[in-house]
Design a protein around this ligand. Structure first.
Ligand SMILES: CC(C)(COP(=O)(O)OP(=O)(O)OC[C@H]1O[C@@H](n2cnc3c(N)ncnc32)[C@H](O[C@H]2O[C@H](COP(=O)(O)OP(=O)(O)OP(=O)(O)O)[C@@H](O)[C@H]2O)[C@@H]1O)[C@@H](O)C(=O)NCCC(=O)NCCS
Ligand SMILES: Nc1ncnc2[nH]cnc12
Length: 301
């Protein structure tokens, strides 16, 4: 039986409202995930409410201003992703968000990696939802690669295109042959899905709390990721130090060891001494929190 036209219209409007509400909720999750990363301490070399880590031009309030400037962005990119927008459209939203972030922070780059990483993942989560798929890490990653994988690979290969000013990431990639954020995206964020998320889940499954889970996940990321921010500040020697300290921390049991807090704090001070800042790993931790939350996990306070 055919529904009357008015009923079709009402049903369509209801569905549209539900989808808009989902995109707004997803944007809130993305912001909460970034906040979850910011408030974590000890966090080697990184900014937290306790101190400025290895940075002298930004503190936690700079990050909070940046975070507020991204409110509309996450909801816009989710809406675009739900509608199956092209990568060109997502990139336009990403570039606008970068500009708003830089205005909010007085020109300091707080969240460029996060705009890219959590932005693409938000688009993918919303796209899954738009197709009424069950939200799972596998579905979100597969959707990202099917929809935008080719374009993300193109984005990696367009390194140094004339329209882009040479970023720290591009310079480091050329000098040290490391992939960085672009390669992460092109491969469907393996560090989020294969490193950080399983580590978050393993620590929680072992009965430790959310704070421990985030800490272990951050150390797992620092042990594995080629973080262009670390190379930019510390070169290959700095990157080797970050990986070694992180592997040692995990080999001693991570947060299952009674003295983990003191050990993490000592590594924090050592990184600050060397001016090292694993900002890429911090962004990827926030991305893993977002996937955890979108798939039904709790983001504890
Ligand atoms: C794809 C882009 C992200 C461009 O990346 P590019 O390769 O050109 O490099 P950068 O501009 O340097 O930015 C990359 C940022 O990504 C983070 N990152 C690093 N390594 C990884 C990694 N392996 N995986 C994932 N993410 C990674 C990292 O971000 C954090 O560090 C930031 C501070 O960086 P920076 O300003 O360089 O360093 P400072 O120490 O502060 O410098 P000084 O004190 O010396 O001045 C901090 O913001 C963290 O976020 C890298 O910085 C992207 O820019 C792009 O293409 N944008 C266009 C928009 C777009 O395409 N969007 C797509 C749809 S959303
Ligand atoms: N907490 C933090 N400190 C420094 N750089 C970062 N990039 C992303 N999060 C960061």
């Amino acid at each position: 039986m055919r529904l009357p036209v008015a009923m079709h219209y009402t049903e369509r409007r209801r569905r549209q409202r539900r989808q808009q509400a989902f995109c707004r909720e997803l944007a809130r999750m993305a912001l909460r995930s970034l906040h979850q990363e910011l408030t974590l301490y000890p966090k080697p070399g990184l900014v937290s409410p306790v101190d400025k880590g290895s940075h002298d031009d930004m503190d936690a309030s700079t990050f909070m201003r940046s975070l507020f400037s991204l409110r509309r962005y996450f909801s816009d990119i989710a809406t675009a992703g739900m509608a199956g927008a092209s990568f060109t459209e997502l990139k336009r939203l990403g570039i606008e968000a970068e500009q708003r972030m830089l205005r909010a922070t007085g020109g300091i780059n707080t969240h460029r990696g996060a705009i890219f990483c959590l932005g693409m993942l938000s688009a993918s989560i919303a796209c899954c939802r738009g197709q009424e798929m069950m939200l799972s890490p596998q579905a979100i990653r597969a959707t990202l690669l099917i929809r935008w994988g080719d374009a993300l690979t193109g984005h990696t290969n367009s390194k140094g295109g004339r329209e882009e000013p040479a970023s720290h990431g591009l310079r480091v990639a050329a000098r040290h042959a490391v992939g960085g954020a672009r390669e992460e995206g092109a491969l469907g964020f393996p560090s989020v899905f294969e490193i950080a998320l399983p580590q978050l889940q393993a620590t929680l499954a072992a009965g430790r709390d959310w704070h421990c889970a985030k800490t272990d996940a951050l150390f797992a990321l620092m042990a594995h990721v080629s973080d262009t921010n670390v190379y930019h500040r510390g070169g290959a020697a700095g990157a080797a130090l970050v990986q070694q300290r992180s592997r040692d921390f995990l080999a001693q049991g991570g947060t299952s060891d009674g003295a983990w807090q003191a050990r993490a704090e000592a590594i924090h001070h050592e990184f600050v001494e060397h001016r090292l800042s694993p900002g890429g790993a911090a962004d990827l931790l926030a991305a893993a929190c977002l996937i955890h939350a979108a798939c039904g996990g709790e983001l504890a306070a």
